[in-house]
Design a protein around this ligand. Structure first.
Ligand code: HEC
Length: 103
């Protein structure tokens, strides 16, 4: 019984990080030229209505972009932006912005 519990804990702990598709920040950076016009060159926006992306959690960025792409989260600009992104692009872009310093 004890070993069964241990096995379950092991399997679950292996599955959890797997939910986040780890991205390649360098590949993500290449895709952010257009994003930088609004979100800033280093992910810090100069507009009052545009969020900073630098230092944001990788999983959150992936979720936000997938929600924009699927139309679950509505914003005319971001819906258009996200439609052009593949799952890999999203993973890489999220890795890139989360790697930047928030300050
Ligand atoms: C024309 C300006 C513009 C461009 C270009 C743009 N964004 Fe955005 N982005 C916005 C605005 C405005 C919001 C806030 C939307 C809202 O209120 O939900 C936003 C929101 C986001 C969010 C959600 C942030 C949060 O805190 O929830 C992410 C992630 C994001 N953008 C990523 C990107 C990426 C990646 C690109 C390039 C592929 C991009 N954006 C291009 C204006 C822009």
């Amino acid at each position: 019984m004890q070993s069964l519990v241990t096995l379950c804990v092991l399997i679950i702990s292996l599955m959890v990080p797997g939910q986040l598709l780890a991205g390649d920040a360098a590949a993500g950076k290449v895709k952010t030229a257009i994003c930088a016009t609004c979100h800033g060159k280093a992910g810090i926006s100069t507009s009052k209505m545009t969020p900073n992306l630098a230092g944001q959690k990788e999983g959150y960025l992936q979720k936000a972009l997938k929600n924009f792409r699927g139309g679950v989260r509505k914003d005319a600009t971001m819906n258009t932006m996200a439609k052009r992104l593949s799952d890999d692009d999203i993973a890489n872009i999220a890795a890139y912005y989360s790697s930047l310093n928030a300050n």
